[in-house]
Design a binder for this molecule. Structure first.
Ligand code: IPM
Ligand code: MN
Length: 362
């Protein structure tokens, strides 16, 4: 079968890790007899440099024509100045919105081999295997209005958190569907002791739960969740939450896995159903890490595991996805490590060699 994939390497280490994701995808193509038509487009700072837009129309149009989108990272210190009219990150947000990617899945799994790579104790981490379901096209990120203005008493700025019941319902359903296919425990994270939008969130979660009597729903406040994530991470199965809470908690959780360089993500336009194809965008959760760009030291595993998620969710190629995950695990088992997950007795490898090792095991 032939698949069309839009490839968005973006900024910083983006091109470094994307090259390895593509390498592994091509190895899958050879091994399983698929053909992947890759179409490269611009996003982020590289897009601003060439077109003055962080998301050129051409990029969005190409993504819409494809079966799935692979993205590596956006962000560049040259565009950090808050006074600039456009920032690289705007491109990613516009892409998520433009493609209707409301459901962001961020699995957090502590590989046994990396149980010592975290700053947390191994006995706390053992058995950690959960997934964040982060709402991705609403909340403060897409606040209306979103503005800064000058008053007689100084400057002011606003981004308020708004959610409609439809937006909440569809993301809560994604949480329930995933939990149903896993350990049947769903934790909904909110700040219902303070925020109106969270009170609505909690009510809708309870209403939707009537359709899922087989799944245990509980509610945890976001501050308590931040604490529990590092105290007893293994107790979680599926965590569903709004956009900003999910952004913050997932970086925290990346430290359970030892490094941001280990965590993949899928951003979907619908509820994932096993064996069915859902359009989506796949990206590591880490950023563009400009200081190590082009040096062959970034960890490509998050991007490679994102390729596995793409094979599973957008192309319904489950065995292929499992092959990629097993290949990555096997390389870790054999002691190969990039700098971010380095341990004393391990073999240090660069970005390209890590990609070669994983591709060779497909
Ligand atoms: C992420 C990133 C993005 C976000 C940035 C780059 C806009 O941190 O994917 O988690 O905040 O969503
Ligand atoms: Mn983030």
């Amino acid at each position: 079968m032939k698949y069309r994939i839009t490839v968005l390497p973006g900024d910083g280490i983006g091109p470094d890790v994307m090259a390895e994701g593509v390498k592994v995808l091509q190895a899958v193509g050879r091994k399983f007899g698929h053909s992947f038509k890759l179409e490269y487009e611009l996003i982020g700072a590289v897009a601003i440099d060439k077109t003055e837009s962080a998301l050129p129309e051409e990029t969005l149009a190409m993504c819409k024509r494809s079966d799935a989108v692979m993205l590596a990272a956006v962000g560049d210190p040259r565009y950090d100045d808050p006074k600039l009219p456009v920032h690289p990150e705007d491109g990613l947000l516009a892409l998520r919105k433009g493609l209707g990617l409301f459901a962001n899945l961020r699995p957090v799994r502590v590989f046994d081999e990396l149980v010592n790579a975290s700053t947390l104790k191994p006995e706390v981490l053992q058995g950690t295997d959960f997934v964040f379901v982060r709402e991705l096209t609403g909340g403060v990120y897409f606040a209306k209005p979103k503005k800064e203005w000058v008053t007689s008493r100084g400057r002011k700025a606003t981004d308020s958190m708004t959610y409609s019941e439809q937006e909440i319902e569809r993301i809560i359903r994604v949480g329930f569907e995933l939990a149903r296919a896993r350990k049947k425990r769903l934790v909904s994270v909110d700040k219902a002791n303070v925020l109106k939008s969270s009170r609505l969130w909690r009510q809708v979660a309870v209403e939707v739960s009537r359709d899922y009597p087989d799944v245990a729903l509980s509610h945890v406040l976001v501050d308590a969740c931040a604490m529990q994530l590092i105290r007893t991470p293994a107790m979680f199965d599926v965590i569903v939450t709004e956009n900003l809470f999910g952004d913050i908690l997932s970086d925290e959780a990346a430290q359970l896995a030892g490094s941001m360089g280990m965590l993949p993500s899928a951003s979907l336009s619908g509820i994932p159903v096993a064996g069915k194809r859902t359009f989506g965008l796949y990206e590591p959760i880490h950023g563009s890490a400009p200081t190590i760009a082009g040096k062959d030291i970034a960890n490509p595993i998050a991007t490679i595991l994102s390729v596995a998620m793409m094979l599973r969710h957008s192309l319904a190629l489950d065995s292929e996805a499992a092959a990629v995950e097993q290949a990555a695990e096997s390389v870790l088992k054999h002691g190969y490590r990039t700098d971010d997950i380095m341990a004393p007795e391990s073999t240090r490898v660069g970005t390209r060699q890590m990609g070669d090792l994983i591709a060779a095991r497909i």
